[in-house]
Design a protein around this ligand. Structure first.
Ligand code: SF4
Length: 595
């Protein structure tokens, strides 16, 4: 039965006890991003530090999870160790369906376990188990242990941290199932600070599909099966999604290199002939074993390659499967000057085990490489002779970063800009709110990532704008960013995979909501999206975000794209104009009530 409220599992890790609470506001906050921000206003402490035990770690799913394909993400929300502000990070895998089948709209973790522990969540039973023997274990090893501690398959999802999370690295991720992550802004450190090594969610209830129609006036409509088929058809039989299955996002590597938009060697160049060794085509030819998918997704964009490890003693080989996509190839490929597909996968394998966000880790090591070359840091500090293109060195350095091997790596683990403030080299720290994503497309993208809500390339389509617009119109650019946002906020509240945004256009989304009984939401999508956008910004500002103080490092003004050299004056004008508009959005409700 569809509910008119949210069903939340509120877990107190200090007491080791959980309880189910009913939270109102389904028609106002929808789910996902909107629900997470609402829960942070209820349970968060904007003024306290990110690692205060009472600070919540929130995981929220959406109203269409389980009903329609690609409604597959879970939104993690927390106060970030990276910038001490409210943050969101999204992951797929089986996470969302497991929560749906466990019959929770969200999981809220508060408190701190007294000893390193794991949390086993089911629909009828929640258990916090001490597990000090897992502390120090890498993220792949923990997953194996958890599969035994929480037996069963199907709708079971395992989330865990590696050494980076234990070390409270601001670039620690939470590894989800296989190959998916709550990647950015340090959610892994939040779990580590709570003494929580892993969470297993068992979707052990039946899916509440049948509706009595009593709760919110909704019933599963007779149109639902037809609509499901139509959405499935659009996702599988049309050109809209096939690119994600075929070469996958790795197909963008050569295209962006051609457009002079692929960051190379700490963004010292935007194109390079070495792309040949790391193109999507090369990965497919040399390394691709298979595709896989998040639960319930018929697209299957996750590309799995392999690394081969030799056992020296008996000359045998071990093969390990490693996923790849555009962002990974950029972060530990072109950004580190690594131009062999298998070398990229070897580095990714280390990153996976350490539980690091691959983009932050790669970009941070790119900065460290340049800092070493310029004599700002010493070989004793880096422990390795960091040099662009040397994959062996980067494998070892990634492990140092995850394990916080010395003072230098502890600093670097707080972000490249944090380290640069101590050692020098802020001008060439490729940080846009957090370590950059792989789009050196131009001024609008640089501003959008630096100031955007998640500091993500998925906050807006600014990278597409840069690829098709060479005019320098500040108002038009900023309007584009602002107009793009409410729709995305609504989609991430549905927890849609953003790859499906070409399919889940507003009319289809409204039909989907209506067909399962969310009539109010279906009728008010624009207003709800706008309200969610504003709630997220208000929450972010309440935790200290000040867009006018965000600076864009000099390196970004030194690059050339297909349009020619970046124009620093235009970029600064964009930055100031966008910051002013965000300040409007972040005003407290009493000053600026949304229409
Ligand atoms: S398209 Fe890819 S990321 Fe999106 S839901 Fe499917 S498998 Fe997951």
């Amino acid at each position: 039965m569809i509910r008119d409220h949210f069903r939340i599992l509120l877990m107190d890790l200090t007491a080791g006890k959980g309880r189910v609470v009913k939270v109102e506001g389904r028609d106002q906050w929808a789910g996902g991003s909107g629900l997470a921000a609402h829960l942070f206003t209820l349970y968060g402490h904007p003024e306290r530090s990110w690692d205060d035990p009472d600070q919540p770690l929130i995981f929220a799913i959406g109203p269409l999870t389980g009903y329609f394909p690609l409604m597959s993400k879970t939104v993690a929300a927390f106060k970030s160790p990276y910038h001490e502000q409210y943050a969101e990070s999204h992951a797929g895998g089986r996470s969302a369906l497991a929560l749906r089948f466990a019959d929770y709209d969200a999981l809220v973790l508060k408190g701190r376990a007294t000893r390193p522990s794991v949390l086993l969540v089911g629909s009828r039973k929640v258990e916090l188990k001490e597990a000090p023997f897992l502390w120090g274990m890498d993220a792949l090893g923990v997953a194996k242990q958890l599969r035994q501690m929480a037996p069963g398959s199907g709708h079971r999802s395992i989330w865990r941290i590696g050494p980076a999370g234990e070390n409270r690295s601001a670039m620690a991720c939470i590894n989800v199932d296989t190959y998916r992550h709550f990647g950015r802004l340090g959610s892994g450190a939040v779990m580590g600070a709570k003494n929580l090594k892993a969470i297993a969610v068992r979707g052990d209830a039946s899916f509440p599909f049948e509706s009595s129609g009593a709760a919110c006036g909704g019933t599963i409509s007779k149109d639902y099966p037809k609509l499901f088929q139509e959405i499935h058809r659009q996702l599988t039989d049309t050109q809209m999604m096939s690119k994600y299955h075929n070469l996958g996002t790795a197909g963008n590597v050569a295209a962006l290199n051609e457009l002079k938009s692929l960051p190379w060697r700490n963004l010292q160049a935007t194109t390079d002939a070495g792309v040949e060794g790391i193109s999507g085509e090369r990965f497919a030819d040399e390394t691709l074993l298979r595709n896989t998918a998040c639960a319930g997704c018929p697209v299957g964009c996750v590309h799995i390659g392999f690394v081969r490890e030799k056992f020296m003693s008996d000359n045998r080989y071990l093969y390990r499967q490693v996923s790849y996509d555009y962002e990974l190839i950029f972060a530990v490929g072109s950004m580190l000057g690594v131009t062999r597909s298998f070398d990229v996968l070897r580095i990714v394998d280390v990153v996976e085990k350490q539980g690091l966000d691959v983009m932050s880790g790669g970009v941070a090591l790119a900065w460290a490489t340049e800092a070493l070359a310029k004599g700002l840091v010493s070989r004793e500090q880096t422990l390795e002779p960091l040099a662009f293109g040397d994959a062996d060195v980067y494998c070892r350095a990634m492990e140092h970063l995850g394990r916080a091997a010395n003072g230098f790596y502890r600093d670097l683990a707080q972000g490249a800009l944090f380290a640069a403030e101590k050692y020098g080299g802020a001008d060439f720290a490729c940080v846009l709110g957090q370590e950059m994503a792989g789009y050196a497309t131009g001024e609008l993208y640089f501003v959008a990532q630096a100031l955007g809500f998640r500091h993500s390339h998925l906050d807006s389509a600014a990278y597409s704008w840069d690829q098709t617009h060479d005019e320098k119109d500040v108002d038009k650019g900023v309007e584009f960013l602002l107009a793009d946002e409410p729709g995305r906020a609504f989609l991430t509240s549905m927890v849609s995979c953003l790859f499906a945004r070409g399919v889940y256009k507003d009319p289809l989304l409204a039909q989907a909501l209506e067909s399962v009984g969310y009539t109010e939401l279906a009728r008010n999508m624009a207003r709800v999206g706008e309200n969610i956008r504003r709630l997220r910004w208000r929450t972010r500002f309440a935790t200290g975000f000040a867009p006018s103080t965000v600076r864009i490092p000099k390196r970004f003004a030194e690059v050339s794209t297909w349009k020619g050299p970046v124009d620093p004056v235009y970029m600064e004008a964009l930055r100031q104009a966008y910051a002013r508009r965000l300040e409007e959005l972040g005003k407290p409700l009493e000053d600026k009530a949304p229409a």
